[in-house]
Design a protein around this ligand. Structure first.
Ligand SMILES: [Fe+2]
Ligand SMILES: [Fe+2]
Length: 165
């Protein structure tokens, strides 16, 4: 990998993290009653997404949808087979309950994501019909078409789920 490719990779990671960090900061600013700070966090977060996508494009990191879905399946599978089990074990050994729960939620949901991507891969180009997904605001559990009555991973009520379409 060239120096510039490594730089693009590092910058993509940094800008991506800044986006999520700023969105979390914006929600905190709203809760604390600082709406102007919240707006700037959200505006900067949007700009960091533009930067992140530009870097990813320069890295030739966006391919055909079939290739992108295959990459997503590989990423999710790596996470629930290797990455999170290892992290869960360390968090347990260190007695970090909050980290353990966070890793557990992600680990369970990445399994579902891999299945959902697999399903979409099988249907690519087969049908024009689409449906919505629903995402649990607590653990990220993702369902098709309807939210569950309550989240199978964390128990949150289905009516709290966010509709994505
Ligand atoms: Fe995932
Ligand atoms: Fe959940």
């Amino acid at each position: 990998m060239s120096k510039t490719e490594q730089d693009l990779k590092d910058a993509f990671a940094g800008e991506s993290q800044a986006n999520r960090r700023y969105l979390a900061f914006a929600a905190a600013a709203d809760r604390e009653g600082h709406p102007q700070a919240a707006k700037l966090f959200r505006a900067a977060a949007e700009a960091e997404t533009v930067h992140a996508h530009n870097h990813l494009k320069a890295l030739k990191g966006i391919k055909s949808t079939k290739e992108n879905v295959l990459e997503a399946i590989a990423g999710e599978t790596h996470e629930f087979k290797n990455m999170y089990p290892r992290m869960l074990e360390s968090a347990r050994a260190e007695g970090n309950k909050e980290a353990e729960r966070s890793f557990h939620y992600a680990n369970e949901v990445e399994k579902i994501h891999a299945q959902l991507y697999q399903k979409v891969l099988g249907n690519l180009g087969a049908t024009k019909e689409t449906f919505a997904y629903y995402v649990c605001p607590v653990c990220g559990y993702t369902s098709e078409k309807e939210p569950p009555d309550s989240c199978p991973v964390c128990g949150t009520k289905g009516k709290m789920f966010k509709k994505i379409d």
